[in-house]
Design a protein around this ligand. Structure first.
Ligand code: PLP
Length: 451
């Protein structure tokens, strides 16, 4: 058999096996699956034993730390970022726990002991469990979810999978990230469709205001609405379910760029009623870099060409080719840690730290917060301007003090309209590895820099 034939035969066998394994996998969590699977499968025993010990140990330690009030300090030890480095830019990239990184390296080593046997064998089979796990975490069905590399890839997949006619309209906002925007610009160019960008209020004050603004821009030519779940500039959490009430009856595809939400906020794509949802697990989900998810609602799958053409949503299929199996397993572990801590607790902590920072900065002369204060709209991204100061200078001066934030807007699609609004803001992200003591150090540094 030549390589191609062997590959196709192998893929067909894998697909058959997954269909058989599907029901079983659906019931198991990823890590439990690994541990339970040990008895049945000669899988990767050294890695699994280490992971099982890690997760058990972490759960026990965290339970003890809850009693002593040291829960978050204990958790901070899981990360490789040194204590002196204050990482307030999860919105760009999260910090992945040490155990996840070690597991990816271990899985890679194990895979190389029997490359074909593992990469196309039991280890590959586990990647399907990751997909099921990730689907459960964001409220999707497994047949609606593909494991991809990032939000940009997922958004491009959607934009290249839909058809438009000249004059059709794609409605977005002026706060979209290039990763969720360039794909629509390209589609509009190819099809002579039109992009309409509604202006986001700064600061946004209520969900009613945002829904009304969307409603004003819809017309009989609108075919697609593409909005960020959490706006990358000012951190507004969009009332997607209410927007879907406007788009779904009109047959408008509601495509969502969710780069900034899963891992920070509890996400349920069915409840949000979006048609497609793209996310980057290497941000708030703390997965290895190059991990993302793409959800396509079952009912619109006939309108959006499948991402992987054949057996579209599998981690690996006839049309997705060879994947980075150890990396996908690392993605699954990050999801698993998330489930261990619980999405509710994580969201609560991220938002509490964000509120703590907002409170501190409100007292800083010259600081003005651009992010919304309304509970229904706020997220763990806080954008702040500093009177008389250039955001880039603040960003660099913080970096010299080992504090990582983000100057805006660096990587956005800067339209003329947005440029004229010139936010000149610094964005801070607060995640579970940040602390109140870090907020104090950041505030003190900003006070020095803006004095
Ligand atoms: C809203 C939004 N969309 C897309 C992206 C691009 O993410 P990725 O590079 O992981 O594709 C980002 C990154 O910051 C973002 O904030």
């Amino acid at each position: 058999m030549d390589d191609m034939t062997e590959n196709s035969a192998h893929i067909a066998a894998m697909e058959r096996r997954w269909i058989m394994a599907d029901t079983d996998l659906h019931r198991r969590t990823f890590l439990k699956g690994i541990i339970a699977g040990l008895a049945a499968l000669p899988l990767v025993p050294r890695v699994d034993a280490a992971l099982a010990a890690w997760l058990d140990g972490l759960a026990t330690d965290l339970a003890a730390s809850t009693a002593s009030g040291n829960y978050w300090q204990r958790l901070r030890q899981e990360f490789l970022t040194p204590a002196r480095l204050l990482h307030f830019n999860t919105g760009s990239l999260g910090a992945t726990p040490r155990a996840v990184i070690d597991a990816v390296a271990d899985y890679m080593r194990e895979l190389e002991r029997d490359p074909v046997g593992q990469a196309w064998g039991p280890m590959l089979q586990l990647t399907e469990a990751v997909r099921h796990e990730a689907a459960a975490l964001i409220g999707a069905d497994p047949e609606e979810l593909a494991i991809v590399r990032n939000t940009t890839e997922a958004m491009n997949t959607i934009a290249s999978g839909v058809d438009l006619s000249p004059g059709d309209e794609i409605l977005t906002t002026d706060h979209e990230h290039a990763g969720g925007m360039i794909c629509w610009q390209y589609l509009a160019e190819r099809t002579q469709a039109r992009i309409v960008q509604l202006e986001m209020p700064v600061p946004a004050t209520s969900a009613d205001e945002l829904v009304a603004r969307v409603a004003e821009h819809l017309n009989e030519r609108t075919r697609i609405c593409s909005f960020s779940h959490v706006d990358t500039l000012t951190g507004v959490r969009l009332p997607l379910a209410r927007i879907a009430e406007l788009t779904r009856p009109r047959g408008i595809l509601l495509a969502c760029d969710g780069a900034q939400a899963p891992g920070m906020l509890q996400v349920d794509v069915h409840a949000l009623q979006v048609d497609t949802y793209a996310s980057s697990s290497h941000k708030w989900m703390l997965a290895p870099k190059g991990s993302g998810l793409l959800y396509v609602r079952r009912a619109v799958q006939d309108r959006v060409r499948p991402p992987l053409l054949r057996s579209g949503f599998g981690s690996y299929s006839g049309s997705s080719g060879t994947r980075n199996v150890p990396h996908i397993l690392g993605h699954g572990l990050a999801v698993d840690m998330h489930r261990l801590l619980t999405p509710q607790k994580i969201e609560h902590r991220c938002l509490a730290l964000r509120d703590g920072l907002a409170q501190r900065l409100q007292e800083l002369p010259g600081a003005r917060i651009l992010s919304p204060t309304a509970v229904e709209l706020r997220s763990a991204l806080l954008a702040v301007t500093f009177e008389g100061k250039a955001a880039g200078d603040i960003y660099r001066a913080l970096r010299e003090r080992d504090i990582v934030a983000k100057a805006l807007p660096a990587t956005m699609v800067v339209t003329d309209a947005l440029q004229s609004r010139n936010y000149n803001a610094v964005r801070f992200s607060t995640h579970i590895y940040n602390s109140e003591a870090e907020l104090d150090r950041l505030t003190e540094a900003l006070a020095q820099l803006t004095r």
